[in-house]
Write a protein that binds this ligand. Structure first.
Ligand SMILES: Nc1nc2c(c(=O)[nH]1)N[C@H]1C(S)=C(S)[C@@H](COP(=O)(O)OP(=O)(O)OC[C@H]3O[C@@H](n4cnc5c(=O)[nH]c(N)nc54)[C@H](O)[C@@H]3O)O[C@H]1N2
Ligand SMILES: Nc1nc2c(c(=O)[nH]1)N[C@H]1C(S)=C(S)[C@@H](COP(=O)(O)OP(=O)(O)OC[C@H]3O[C@@H](n4cnc5c(=O)[nH]c(N)nc54)[C@H](O)[C@@H]3O)O[C@H]1N2
Ligand SMILES: [Mo]
Length: 774
């Protein structure tokens, strides 16, 4: 679809929300189509000059960090075009020439905008002016920056306690902005710092902190490239981390075996066509997965536990060849208990929970036990489960058994989502930063940070719903659409006194607002950022703890935009007063001064300004990776021991996962095609196994409502409905279904969260399908 634009008119992104054409899935990812799609998207949004200027600087040493995903760049000589189709799309969306101006807001009332689908909102372009919606107004109108700050400060200062305000962060925010934002929020007096990580890899952080003492991955790209066995569970890299595919190809060329664990045969896991190689352009590409384990949704804990048992039995048959006894003795705690627990794992139960047959389990166990360098990668398929923390603990157990942490080519690899979500956490965006961090912050600045634990994302929604939180500030992101239980969340946001969105582009959170609402437009990663001391750089941390610079170079969409750093500093001056001990003015004018402060406060960041300017930046310390030290409660790597859980399918019901199409970035919808899964021109589809379609009395192409069923803590059955989806037959285990996020977020119950990490269970929702007879 091409999006036309006439001067002073909207971008025509109208479409029939309920149309979709199904052509059957593709069997490989990337290839020449990927290059064509990314170029077309660039030309459509940016025109030829800006497209060339932008794509040539993407992920280059002197360019900007791709705002797409958190997969690292390859160190050393980066490829001329270290980009992928979806990275190019992410950039085109940000560097677009389309604009959302005051005239746009004058043309559209908020209620008109609230009726538009997310795709239409996504396509209107970059916001050019700070805007306000005053109490009772029907339209946003422009506001001066100073007036906006005053309005926020007055409202915040009028609250009964700072804990009545919540400050959300999405993962694109730079380290500098994130550090200052949490400093502002703590200076004001609350730890209410929910972030997108709460919905994303929080379960990984919780599990890894228990097991190895640090909530981050232990491998580098080089490790992945040199592993001889890579298990990828609950991740769709062909769409969400496409640059990972070229590393997997490299690993395969080095002889690695790849085990893909997924309910769906995702194109990028099955085959990869490298668009930068001749065989990728003309041939069929290479096969990626040696074993495709088509697991039932939620079956991974059982899988890892069953594999644990098979490894223990393999060691019985050939003692001294499977387990790393020295590693276990020197570095681990809890092995005996793990052994007893895991030997008792019933393999029949594993087969039932996973849907994987005994022969394949044994084949996978053989690959693992023959491996000398194993990496386990995972993403949302594992983290957004009720038993996510236990599942990731069980995956880590498999590595501990074999000493696969803290040596080259081996380790844990939670593949992060947002390009700087990991850095934001390092910089203090967390509702429960440890005492050591808060104490360092207080010492450096002469402030007193609050010590009460703040609200995470789900608790923020509860607090707003219950009237305990009255102000919401979003540093990026799209809280209204990304969070679970849309109806509850939207009502919660609407009950606030004030909602503030610091944003690049229009989204649903601007039209689901508090009594007063502000939109503060900001620079993106690709934009040039000029301050008093000259052109500014920012820094980010990737999924493998590499910290490096990002330099925006494009002319910003409007002279009225401020950088995130400037917005935080200016708001801080208004809110906290001129005599506040933090040098906000100096921080705003020279980001090197911010980095000096980061160096003093954030562990591992000494000499930040110098080290971040090294060609590939620097890697943050990671004791298990660096020296096999495990800063856990026991001082050793802990085997995780938990009662086995999985997700049974109630009769006549399906278990639904909500996932990303190939044409979206979270809630930003780029287009209506999911090329690899063979869907065109629409998003309201539900993928169902043909046997279920038959047994539920449905047919391919029928329209159905999805109704989720959830029993609350008091034992009451709650129902939620999402209307009008097209039934698409698809290869997924019997009893399982899939549909896109965010259209299905109304189905995710607010209280359906992962044990301990409180992450919404977006990947296992019990639903029934109701034919609409429409
Ligand atoms: N182009 C693009 N890139 C992105 C994003 C984007 O929206 N678009 N989002 C970014 C963000 S924030 C994130 S967090 C990442 C997300 O990256 P992914 O985690 O790859 O994203 P999802 O689409 O949620 O896909 C989850 C995968 O898990 C599988 N799965 C579902 N349930 C289970 C299960 O029970 N077990 C197993 N083993 N697998 C399961 C699904 O079939 C799917 O392949 O991508 C990042 N990169
Ligand atoms: N059902 C279901 N729900 C999910 C998920 C799922 O798999 N299923 N995944 C969850 C996951 S993993 C995540 S990470 C969250 C994502 O949640 P969010 O991070 O809140 O959502 P995004 O859609 O990434 O946010 C997009 C908006 O960010 C703004 N933006 C973009 N770049 C910048 C920038 O540089 N600065 C600023 N200030 N703003 C910017 C734009 O205005 C854009 O509209 O959603 C979660 N929700
Ligand atoms: Mo994410």
């Amino acid at each position: 679809m091409s999006l036309r634009r006439h001067p002073n008119q909207d971008v025509d992104a109208s479409f029939d929300e309920h149309a979709a054409v199904v052509s059957g899935p593709e069997h490989g990812a990337a290839g020449v189509t990927a290059v064509m799609v990314s170029l077309n998207r660039g030309l459509e949004q940016m025109g030829p000059l800006r497209t060339a200027a932008t794509l040539s600087r993407l992920n280059q040493r002197h360019g900007f960090d791709c705002p797409g995903c958190a997969w690292p760049e390859e160190p050393g000589g980066r490829k001329i075009a270290e980009f992928c189709e979806n990275g190019a799309k992410a950039v085109a969306e940000e560097a677009t020439k389309r604009r959302v101006t005051p005239e746009f807001f004058a043309r559209h009332s908020v209620s008109d905008l609230a009726d538009r689908p997310e795709y239409w909102l996504s396509q209107q372009g970059r916001i050019t002016h700070p805007m306000v919606l005053a109490d009772g107004d029907t339209h946003y109108r422009p506001i001066d920056w100073d007036d906006a700050y005053r309005l926020i400060a007055e409202t915040l200062n009028g609250l009964a306690t700072p804990d009545e305000a919540c400050f959300y962060t999405s993962g694109r925010t730079s380290n500098e902005a994130a550090f200052l934002y949490q400093l502002l929020v703590r200076s004001y007096g609350t730890n209410n710092l929910p972030d997108c990580s709460n919905m994303c890899h929080e379960s990984s952080g919780t599990a890894l902190t228990d097991s190895i003492g640090i909530g981050k991955g232990s491998v580098s790209v080089e490790d992945v490239a040199h592993a001889d066995c890579i298990l990828i569970a609950g991740q769709n890299p062909g769409t969400n981390h496409p640059r990972m595919l070229s590393i997997l190809e490299k690993a395969k060329a080095n002889g690695a075996k790849i085990i893909a664990v997924n309910p769906l045969p995702e194109a990028g896991l099955m085959r990869f066509k490298d668009p930068q190689k001749v065989n990728g352009v003309v041939g069929h590409g290479i096969e990626i997965a040696d074993e495709f384990v088509q697991i039932r949704i939620g079956g991974d804990m059982a899988l890892f536990s069953g594999l644990g048992r098979l490894l223990l039995e393999a060691e019985d048959l050939a003692p001294g060849t499977v387990l790393d006894r020295d590693f276990i003795a020197d570095h681990c705690a809890g092995f005996d208990e793990y052994e007893t627990h895991t030997r008792a794992t019933d393999l029949e139960t594993v087969v039932e929970a996973t849907g994987v047959d005994r022969k394949q389990l044994e084949r996978v166990a053989r690959i693992l036990s023959a491996s000398k360098r194993t990496v386990i990668c995972w993403a949302m398929g594992l983290t957004q489960q009720r038993h996510a923390v236990a599942t990731i603990g069980e995956a880590t157990n498999l590595l501990l058994l074999r000493g696969m942490i803290g040596k080259p080519g081996a380790g844990v690899c939670p593949v992060r989502g947002h390009s700087n979500v990991q850095g934001d956490r390092t910089m203090g965006i967390w509702e429960q930063m440890p005492e050591s961090f808060l104490a360092a912050l207080d010492t450096r600045f002469g402030i007193t940070s609050p010590r009460r634990r703040g609200h995470d994302t789900v608790d923020t929604i509860r607090a707003m719903r219950d009237g305990d939180a009255k102000v919401f500030v979003g540093m990026g992101g799209n809280f209204a659409a990304a969070t679970p239980d849309t109806e509850v969340t939207e009502a919660a946001l609407r009950s606030c006194d004030l909602t503030v969105q610091i944003s690049t582009k229009l989204n649903r959170s601007h039209v689901v607002h508090g009594r007063t609402s502000l939109i503060l437009p900001t620079l993106g990663r690709t934009d040039r950022d000029m301050r008093a001391s000259g052109k500014q750089l920012v820094s980010v941390e990737d999924s493998m703890s590499m910290v490096h610079l990002s330099r925006g170079s494009l002319t910003p969409p409007s002279e009225h935009l401020r950088s995130e750093v400037a917005i935080v500093c200016e708001l801080a001056r208004t809110l906290l007063g001129r005599s506040h001990p933090v040098p906000w003015e100096s921080f705003k004018n020279d980001y090197d001064r911010v980095r000096d402060a980061i160096a003093d406060v954030v562990p591992g960041c000494a000499d930040y300004n110098t080290r971040v300017r090294q060609p590939d930046g620097f890697q943050l310390p990671h004791p298990p990776r660096d020296s096999r030290e495990f800063p856990t409660t026991t001082g050793k790597a802990n085997f995780a021991i938990n009662a086995l859980e999985w997700v049974p399918v109630p009769p006549g019901r399906l278990v639904l996962q909500t996932l990303r199409s190939h044409d979206q970035y979270n809630t930003t919808i780029y287009g209506l095609d999911d090329r690899y899964r063979g869907v065109k021109g629409g998003r309201r589809v539900v993928f169902v196994n043909p046997a279920d379609i038959a047994s539920l009395g449905l047919a391919a192409g029928m329209r159905v409502d999805l109704i989720s069923e959830f029993t609350d803590a008091a034992g009451n059955l709650e129902e939620r409905r999402a209307k009008d989806f097209l039934v698409v037959p698809y290869s997924t285990p019997v009893g399982n279904a899939a549909s896109y996020y965010p259209e299905t977020n109304p189905l995710v119950p607010l209280d359906h969260t992962a044990v301990r990490s409180n992450t919404p269970v977006s990947k296992a929702i019990v639903i029934r399908l109701e034919h609409t007879h429409g």
